[in-house]
Design a protein around this ligand. Structure first.
Ligand SMILES: Cc1ncc(COP(=O)(O)O)c(C=O)c1O
Length: 402
């Protein structure tokens, strides 16, 4: 799945360019940098793939989603609908900009559903932070209808879905702003890094300023720049951006291989009774970083996981029990355990986080087991894996008294 499967001479070249000049900072130092602008190049590569009008590289996917929310005008006291199945950075970003997360139901796309969003709306709802999970994408037609009907701001956390699209539009570009993660585990990695995308010049300019202490980046003397807004340091270094450039150039190849490998495995596994798959809203736009298997129910999924462990099958996630990705394990969020007071502790949470009723989400995540798809798999490796998965599922789902 991750771009790091393909590290090579291309990444080394980009890093060497930066080391040779010694300019690790993305702004200024024009005379010394031998015309190397890795953060700008990284942004250009992301724009090339997604068709975004603007891209802004930052230190992480977490800082990129926080900036996307802030630059979209979401702040203290605003209610933001979020999914209970996501990497918890999404929820942290909402909380740290002072906003109030409202959890809504996902569906078999593994993303918030239009119905879930509609049911979670209150008169105070300002925005939806939609997360495109596990390399795929949400059902955007129905979601955009609710967004328009309820007059909401849409921000997309496409941290796991760089290079996935829905009916020709890339994730991250349906709403006001979107973000991708380029951490170590993604389809392309910068080591650490994130990119915000938007088609709005206004949002882009705010993001640019917000993510660098309010600097307006006009003129060649950093110390003399104006500060239209308050900001903070969410900058990416040239070293990280350089790796991001080389990796992003490989993404069309990786996505192509991922899609082939996912199809190969899906075809083999669909012959096994008990296995079905998460819904892919637009299969042609799938970045295919995960093969998402659905078992008949949570108990069958748990038994399958036990069979995988007994058989030495690796490379999968059972998110239902995962500490980072599923609300059932987020006690620190539910109990608002903070090192210093956040706005939500003064304003009050909009939901009782300890007693949420999200049966559809519990059912879907309980049944879900995801395998990371590798772009370097051989046919033999995939055949072996499919055979192992099948055998484990058959054992785990066979009737007890037979
Ligand atoms: C959906 C989602 N959002 C945000 C992030 C945070 O990205 P980063 O690790 O680059 O901060 C991740 C990382 O896994 C993610 O999966």
């Amino acid at each position: 799945m991750p771009g790091r499967e393909l590290f090579g001479a291309e990444e080394r070249k980009e890093i060497n360019d930066v080391i040779e000049t010694g300019i690790l900072f993305r702004y200024n130092h024009d005379a010394l940098r031998n015309n190397h602008w890795k953060a700008k190049d990284f942004e250009a590569e992301v724009k090339k793939i997604t068709g975004a009008k603007y891209a802004h590289a930052m230190s992480s996917g977490s800082t990129a989603i926080a900036t996307a929310l802030a630059a979209s005008g979401i702040g203290t006291g605003d209610e933001v609908i979020v999914p209970p199945f996501t990497f918890m950075a999404t929820i942290e970003a909402v909380l740290f900009i002072g906003a109030l997360p409202v959890f809504a139901e996902i569906d078999e796309t593994l993303c918030l559903s239009a119905e879930g969003i509609r049911k979670a709306c209150t008169p105070k709802t300002k925005a939806v932070c939609l997360v495109h999970m596990c390399g795929g994408m949400a059902e955007m037609d129905s979601i955009m209808s609710v967004i328009k009907e309820k007059n909401l701001i849409l921000v997309e956390d496409a941290g796991q879905a760089f290079a996935s699209s829905y009916k020709g539009t890339f994730t991250g570009l349906f709403g006001t702003a979107g973000s991708y993660s380029f951490d170590f585990f993604k389809i392309a990695t910068a080591g650490e890094g994130g990119v915000l995308v938007t088609n709005s010049e206004d949002v882009y300019k705010k993001a640019d300023v917000y993510s660098d202490h309010g600097h307006d980046h006009i003129g060649a003397v950093r110390g003399m720049e104006n500060h239209p807004y308050l900001g903070f340091n969410y900058r990416i270094s040239e070293l990280h951006a350089g790796i991001g450039v080389a990796q992003t150039r490989k993404v069309p190849y990786i996505r192509q291989k991922n899609q082939e490998h996912k199809k190969f495995l899906t075809d083999l596994l669909s012959r096994t009774p008990g296995i079905s798959f998460a819904k892919i809203a637009d299969p042609s736009g799938d970045s295919a970083t995960f093969l998402n298997i659905l078992l008949p129910d949570t108990e069958a999924a748990k038994r399958t996981v036990a069979e995988f462990k007994a058989a030495g099958v690796a490379g999968f996630d059972y998110w239902f029990l995962n500490m980072y990705h599923f609300i059932n394990q987020w006690d620190h969020i539910k109990e608002l355990k903070t090192v210093s007071k956040l706005p939500i502790e003064i304003l009050g949470a909009p939901q009782d986080y300890k007693n949420l009723h999200l049966p559809k989400t519990q059912e879907v995540v309980g049944r879900l087991i995801s395998f990371g798809v590798r772009c370097t798999w051989t046919k033999e490796e995939m055949e072996t894996l499919a055979k192992q998965i099948s055998e484990c599922v058959i054992k785990a789902t066979k009737p007890v008294n037979v």
